[in-house]
Design a protein. Structure first.
Length: 149
């Protein structure tokens, strides 16, 4: 499914690069928007999949930071390309970049470890704390006190 989304975005950028009428540009913008809106969360899922559960928030933050960095750098780089080769060239260059990312995504081997294998096993001390907490809650409920310690 991720490959279809990347190809949709790449096709939209190609269409925008060769568009001669506004309706083609609008259709291309729709394809690009659909492609980006679907690729961004899909890649986020793949980026955090091999990360242990307790570190996934940090990994997702790093993923978002690098997406923001890429969007920040796109404007000046696109401006340089536009100044030398025109507007059509920037869209064709972006289409080539998206297609290259698509090829890398297809060629990259999938993660073989599941998140459950990466999480550390619970130690006996941790299990005892959980049991103590449960027994405290049960004791509080049995004594008529409806608060948790």
């Amino acid at each position: 499914m991720l490959s279809f989304r990347s190809l949709s975005k790449s096709f939209g950028l190609l269409l925008l690069g060769f568009a001669r009428v506004p309706s083609a540009a609008f259709a291309a913008a729709a394809l690009i928007g659909v492609g980006f809106s679907l690729v961004f969360p899909s890649l986020a899922v793949e980026a955090v999949r091999p990360i242990p559960i307790e570190n996934r928030g940090t990994a997702l933050g790093a993923y978002n930071a690098f997406i923001d960095l890429s969007l920040f750098l796109t404007g000046p780089i696109a401006g340089i390309i536009i100044s030398y080769a025109g507007y059509n060239a920037v869209f064709l260059t972006c289409a080539a970049g998206v297609f290259l990312a698509f090829c890398l995504t297809i060629a990259w081997p999938p993660a073989t470890t599941s998140p459950r294998q990466l999480t550390p096993p619970r130690t006996e001390l941790h299990q005892e704390i959980v049991i103590l907490r449960l027994s405290d809650e049960v004791r509080c409920l049995d004594s008529g006190d409806f608060y948790r310690r």
